[in-house]
Ligand binder design. Structure first.
Ligand SMILES: *Cc1c(COP(=O)(O)O)cnc(C)c1O
Length: 329
């Protein structure tokens, strides 16, 4: 299977916002979207997106994981950027229509169809640095993706940065392009200097998240992660894992952890990154102040595997959907 995110379905669905209203969504062959060079998004980064997956069931039908929650988060992101907020029913239907038309392109589990709604400000106005875009384009593209762990789950190495933040307080929980731009430089610098895969941003010693994934600690008895606040992105994988963990008898501790606590906890606890693309990715090593600290024995642990399997069983229809997380297409 090609690299994640580089292959696309032949169709996408789009809708414009103008004259104060959402227009009629259109299904089209995927291709360039002509834009004026003065479009708001190019100058003032008025953009947000979502990422989630549709899975193929054993009977060949498709189901979308936590569609309602991803649509709600997109609305929250749009509102925080003062972009026109997509109507929930409209965006949900756009996604359902696209998945339905592309159902035959969904790879067998553990593959899936990755869905990427994107909202951009399109008003032609380079004078609008301090004004919202009055026009917008919302579209959804779909990308068949394979098993993230094909070739085995390699434990990641993270730089623990106890100075810098991933982004700003006002956009921490907004899924917006600028946040990834902000994290890119520090991440590339850390890769070059320490050979790490990612940076764990811990401004003032507060353990937050990496550039695009939440951070959790796991033992046989408990799951520890930062409580929801405006500093980080509220992952739906994080939420799903916390709910499943509680049902499986783990104690769920949503509490702030400091870097010094983290460095002690990894002697006994597994560390994982959580997000839609990889569900849970094991962390094997932390780098702090130039020193390498192994996470337990440095290998992927059993609790990450157990929780990931529980989540995947629901996503692919092998376990009952007792939470109402799936939308059948
Ligand atoms: C998307 C994202 C996550 C993970 O969110 P999920 O809903 O679990 O996919 C975590 N952190 C950041 C910064 C993200 O952009």
């Amino acid at each position: 299977m090609a690299k994640f995110g580089t292959v696309f379905c032949e169709e996408f669905v789009r809708v414009e916002y103008r004259d104060g209203a959402w227009q009629q969504p259109l299904m089209q062959p995927i291709g360039p979207i002509p834009m004026h060079p003065a479009a708001h998004v190019f100058h003032y980064a008025s953009t947000c997106f979502e990422g989630f997956k549709a899975y193929r069931r054993a009977d060949g039908a498709a189901q979308i994981f936590r569609l309602r929650d991803h649509v709600a988060r997109m609305q929250k992101s749009a509102a925080s950027l003062r972009l026109p907020v997509p109507l929930a029913a409209m965006l949900s239907q756009m996604v359902i229509d696209l998945v339905s038309r592309q159902a035959s392109k969904i790879p067998e589990p553990p593959g899936s169809l990755y869905l990427r709604p994107t909202l951009i400000g399109t008003e032609k106005n380079i004078g609008a640095a301090a004004a919202p875009s009055t026009e917008a384009l919302l579209y959804v593209i779909a990308s068949p993706v394979g098993d993230y762990f094909a070739g085995g789950a390699k434990a990641l190495k993270l730089l623990v940065d106890d100075q810098r933040a991933r982004t700003t307080e006002q956009l921490g929980s907004t899924k917006t392009g600028g946040n990834y731009a902000a994290a890119l430089g520090p991440t590339l610098d850390a890769k070059a200097a320490y050979g790490v895969d990612q940076v764990l941003f811990c401004p003032h010693g507060d353990v937050q998240e990496t550039g695009a994934a939440n951070f959790l600690l796991l033992s046989d008895k408990e799951v520890i992660t930062k409580p929801l606040d405006s500093s980080f992105l509220h992952g739906i994988t994080r939420d799903s894992i916390l709910r499943l963990a509680a049902e499986l008898g783990y104690r769920v501790s949503e509490r702030n952890i400091t870097v010094s606590e983290l460095l002690e906890l990894v002697a006994t606890h597994e560390a994982v990154l959580s997000g839609t693309a990889a569900t849970l990715s094991p962390v094997g090593c932390l780098v702090h102040n130039g020193r390498e600290i192994r996470v337990r024995d440095g290998n992927p642990g059993p609790n990450a595997e157990k929780l990931r399997a529980a989540l995947q069983a629901i996503q692919t229809g092998r376990a009952p959907d007792t939470h109402g997380w799936l939308t059948a297409v």
